[in-house]
Design a protein around this ligand. Structure first.
Ligand SMILES: [Zn+2]
Length: 193
């Protein structure tokens, strides 16, 4: 198993987690910025993280029904879904946006009664995961678990099935007027732009 400190230091080493003074796209200020794609650039590290996530999920679901597949919302969830599917020895599919809603394309299908895990890299409000859970159910499948690398929702994203995350991490954010870093006169950056 990997502990939180080990995961956080991997995120920092790979540049996925930056420390500083940032203005986020929301306009809020923060002393950290997180970009999960940066850690997933490294397949060996992605494999380690997803193996740990799969282990946590397996332990939590011990004795449960067999898993038939993993589904992820594109784009962010695809790599996590793929690595989880590798660990579980099942197929990996993804849902993608079409006219503003997530749908299955490319001939991807879920058979009635199949058991799926919904995978995602990061959840903040969890809207894309909830939409993907609905796709599985509409097709007659069952969602046995939601598995995410980083849960930033602070417990606010709740799904009607067991949810597993490798790391629970909620960044501190401030309105610009209340930002303690601005108060110190520190210059902020716009990361990721
Ligand atoms: Zn600030």
């Amino acid at each position: 198993m990997m502990d939180s400190d080990e995961i956080l230091s991997l995120l920092r080493e790979t540049g996925a987690l930056l420390d500083g003074h940032f203005e986020l796209r929301s306009g809020l200020h923060s002393d950290t910025f997180f970009q999960c794609a940066k850690v997933l650039r490294f397949p060996r590290i992605a494999e380690r993280l997803c193996t740990a996530l799969a282990g946590k999920m397996r332990a939590g679901l011990a004795g449960g029904a067999p898993i038939n597949g993993v589904i992820a919302p594109a784009l962010g969830g695809i790599l996590v879904g793929y690595e989880l599917a590798r660990c579980l020895g099942v197929r990996s599919i993804f849902a993608e946006k079409e006219d503003g809603a997530l749908v299955l394309r490319r001939g991807f299908a879920i058979a009635r009664g199949e058991h799926f895990v919904v995978a995602e890299d990061v959840i903040t409000r969890g809207g894309r995961v909830a939409e993907t859970v609905e796709i599985v159910r509409r097709n007659g499948g069952e969602v046995v678990a939601v598995a995410v690398l980083v849960n930033r929702s602070g417990g606010k994203a709740v799904f009607s099935c067991p949810t597993f995350s490798l790391l629970e991490w909620e960044p501190k954010t401030y309105d610009r007027a209340q930002c303690p870093l601005c108060a110190k006169g520190l210059v902020f950056e716009h990361p990721g732009s």
